[in-house]
Write a protein that binds this ligand. Structure first.
Ligand code: DMJ
Length: 742
């Protein structure tokens, strides 16, 4: 219309104005894109050169070291030193226990700059994960937070972006021409309560869904002026076959009509946005670097920028970090990363045709537990199949005269055995006693009772056996059914057995009274024989060796602050107030073990004597390997009390992790928390993604994210649904008769 002999002057003027506007827009968009593109190109180049450097020359050393590392990792996970081994070992000791850790250390670098893209991706980009998006795949030094893919966009994400920009951690922010408007109509659906007398808030606040913060809290929850979140969209809380936000999508083929868990925030008033966004960014950093340097392997070595292939999982590529970390990505709404992981599991994850010697316990809590949670979240049958596949590989370990499983099983031959160092060929309480939640749930979703039967057998042995002074020793011989050495602990070798007694009861919708009774009886004995108070008033759980108290507490035992509190909050009895105080006291003591170290991170074990309190004394107990237990207790205590101090303690820990454990290529543990500038251990544990970051993220989330009366966390922080209380339980419609089950 602007050309031809018929044009007139006014028309020309209008065309000119329109053309000018179009030119300005095009220039602006091009500029914005070029800023981002140049950053992404730079980052990709860096990634490529980093990768090339990392890959050369590592292969051979990796293979040579694999076996030794696996053995070392096993011992480290159990927090066993050489002297511990001398104490408990009946015959042979593993070789190479004194193998020094590598002392490789790179200079600390500036935190990575981030490219933030706020905008909706095209359907193609969404479907193909991160490819071509500049996210994640762009690797070291780059990343995105906020609002990409199918994630809803809104004020929280804008705030994250603005914050990052102000802190100088961002190279650029690009905005779409118009942010989609999203309405807020959270539904108030609530599933039925389990029976029993749950009160998950000891302050009597029963309004879980709008917990908010305690007085004095410094939550900065943004609202849109109406008190409603701008992050919610107008769909209901649930939908069928949809994405992580409960939206219907077509990208979920294969899921059937499954109800997908909705991860949107329904009560922004209960969120500490900046803190939570920071934890999410830590997860992105950990994941991105695992993806860059160790994708499909088990764990990452951030300093060497190569896989940690000789960990407790052996040298096979089982993608432990993927399986362990995937539910955390889901909860954080990192949809593209989640899809990358799901895709890897679908295409690559199998235990067929490999001859790996796996820990029954570790494989169960991380792989079976991780898959089960993902199944509960999504209803995706892939995860149910994989969970069953892994559990089936563990079943030969249960072929013992007592039904108490061995610790290790070969995935090909089915040959099973115990650790040579474990008290005369004993099985370990915290291992065979930490299968119940996963196996019981697996039976319910598959309709195959066999898995539950296996763990019920273990339960019966432990119920009927005579318990010295009411306590459970850490070692039990699977052939004779007799206890090994009378060493009791709520730390290494004992810990999660007690946890699973309480949680089996919770998981059953408080119908498994046997489990609750066994838990209550055990805690009475533990209170009497093992819980002590230091001269300066610190509550701790001591180890007990025969009749002698060893006034030492493992970091692993720091989970018991939350355990005592959770047990107290869920049953009204004569112990309730006392146990709640003990739970708070233990959590406080673990916090003390952190803040008494210059790094503000806690040691692997700490002692109590006339001279010291909550401090490690021996060199082999001064390390910190990114463990979660203390933060787990902060999280549980926060949920139960809404005392702001737990959130503040968690934030202190985040800052300490960032200062000492973060590297340009992921997070490492520390060799000595008492040094001002401690050396790093070059391992990013899979539980850092599965547990540590998840508990910290939930600590700053509202109670409505995984409410404790609907979800129970396995010992690897994989949330499992509570029967009768959670619509995502996904019970199989038909249960096989026992005789047909195999
Ligand atoms: C995790 O694998 C689990 O929490 C386990 O129960 C104990 N150890 C680690 C984390 O420290």
């Amino acid at each position: 219309m602007c050309s031809g002999k018929f044009f007139r002057m006014p028309t020309l003027a209008i065309c000119g104005v329109v053309l000018t506007i179009i030119l300005v827009c095009i220039t602006g968009i091009t500029l914005t894109n070029s800023i981002n593109i140049s950053n992404i190109v730079k980052l990709r180049e860096k990634v490529a050169s980093d990768s090339a450097a990392a890959n050369g020359g590592h292969q051979a050393a990796q293979t040579r070291a694999a076996l030794v590392e696996q053995q070392y990792s096993t011992l480290q996970q159990h927090h066993l030193s050489q002297s511990d081994l001398n104490y408990i070992s009946a015959s042979t000791h593993p070789k190479n226990l004194q193998r020094p850790l590598q002392h490789q250390q790179l200079p600390q670098q500036q935190p990575n700059k981030i490219v933030i893209e706020i905008g909706l991706r095209s359907a193609n980009e969404s479907a193909s994960g991160s490819k071509g998006s500049g996210k994640s795949a762009s690797g070291s030094g780059s990343g995105t937070t906020a609002g990409s893919g199918n994630m809803p966009l809104g004020m929280p994400h804008m705030l994250e972006a603005a914050e990052a920009l102000m802190e100088g951690n961002v190279d650029s922010i690009s905005l779409p021409a118009a942010l989609p408007l999203v309405a807020s109509t959270p539904t108030t659906e609530k599933s039925s309560k389990p029976n029993g007398n749950v009160n998950f808030n000891v302050n009597g606040n029963t309004n879980k869904r709008s917990s908010g913060n305690s007085p004095g809290s410094n939550s900065n929850a943004p609202t849109n002026g109406t008190g409603k979140s701008t992050e919610l969209n107008s769909n209901g809380r649930n939908s069928t076959g949809g994405d992580m936000n409960g939206n219907n999508t077509e990208s979920n083929s294969g899921r059937g009509n499954s109800v997908v868990m909705d991860i949107r925030d329904h009560n922004p008033g209960g969120i500490q946005f900046e803190r939570r966004a920071h934890v999410k960014q830590m997860m992105e950093h950990a994941w991105r670097n695992y993806k860059l340097y160790a994708w499909g392997k088990n764990e990452l070595r951030p300093l060497s920028q190569r896989p940690h292939s000789g960990s407790i999982f052996g040298s096979y590529d089982l993608g432990a970090t993927i399986v362990d970390g995937l539910d955390t990505l889901y909860i954080m709404g990192l949809e593209n990363e989640y899809r990358e992981g799901r895709d890897w599991i679908e295409r690559k994850f199998t235990l067929d045709n490999i001859s790996a010697e796996l820990s029954v316990f570790e494989t169960n809590i991380r792989f079976v537990g991780g898959m089960l949670t993902l199944y509960a979240f999504t209803g995706d049958p892939l995860y149910k199949e994989k969970a069953q596949h892994v559990a089936d590989k563990l079943l030969p370990a249960f072929q013992t005269p007592t039904g108490i499983p061995y610790a290790l099983v070969n995935t090909k031959s089915g040959v099973a055995k115990n650790y040579g160092w474990a008290s005369g060929g004993s099985s370990i309480l915290s291992e065979f006693g930490t299968l119940h939640l996963e196996f019981a749930y697996l039976s319910d979703i598959t309709g195959n009772p066999l898995y539950r039967e296996r763990v019920q057998t273990i339960r019966q042995v432990l119920k009927e056996i005579e318990k010295p002074k009411g306590l459970y020793p850490n070692f039990l011989n699977p052939k004779t059914g007799k206890w090994g050495q009378l060493h009791m602990s709520l730390g290494a070798l004992g810990d999660s057995y007690y946890e699973y007694l309480l949680k089996a009861w919770l998981q059953s919708g408080q119908t498994d009274e046997e489990a609750r009774e066994m838990y209550d009886e055990a805690m009475v004995a533990i209170m009497d024989k093992m819980v002590r108070t230091s001269p300066n008033g610190l509550t701790y759980v001591s180890d007990l060796k025969f009749d002698r108290l060893e006034h030492k507490m493992d970091h692993l035992a720091c989970f018991s602050g939350g355990l005592f509190a959770l047990g107290a909050a869920t049953r009204q009895n004569e112990h309730r107030d006392k146990y709640m105080e003990v739970g708070k006291g233990i959590t406080n003591t673990c916090h003390e073990s952190y803040i008494r170290a210059p790094t503000q991170l806690g040691p692997e074990a700490f002692r109590f004597s006339d001279a010291v309190e909550a401090r490690a004394l021996r060199s082999q107990e001064k390390y910190y390997i990114l463990r979660p237990e203390t933060f787990e207790s902060y999280f549980v205590l926060w949920r139960l009390t809404h005392d702001q101090k737990y959130r503040d303690w968690g934030w202190e820990a985040v800052l300490a992790l960032e200062k000492h454990c973060r590297t340009p290529h992921g997070y490492c543990g520390l060799r000595n928390v008492y040094q001002q500038e401690p050396q790093k251990d070059d391992v990013q544990q899979s539980f850092f993604l599965a547990e540590t970051l998840k508990y910290l993220y939930l600590l700053f989330s509202d109670d409505s994210v995984l409410p404790l009366d609907e979800w129970v966390f396995n010992t690897e922080a994989h949330p499992l649904p509570i029967k009768g209380a959670n619509q995502y339980y996904r019970q199989a419609p038909v249960t096989l008769p026992v005789s047909n089950a195999s």
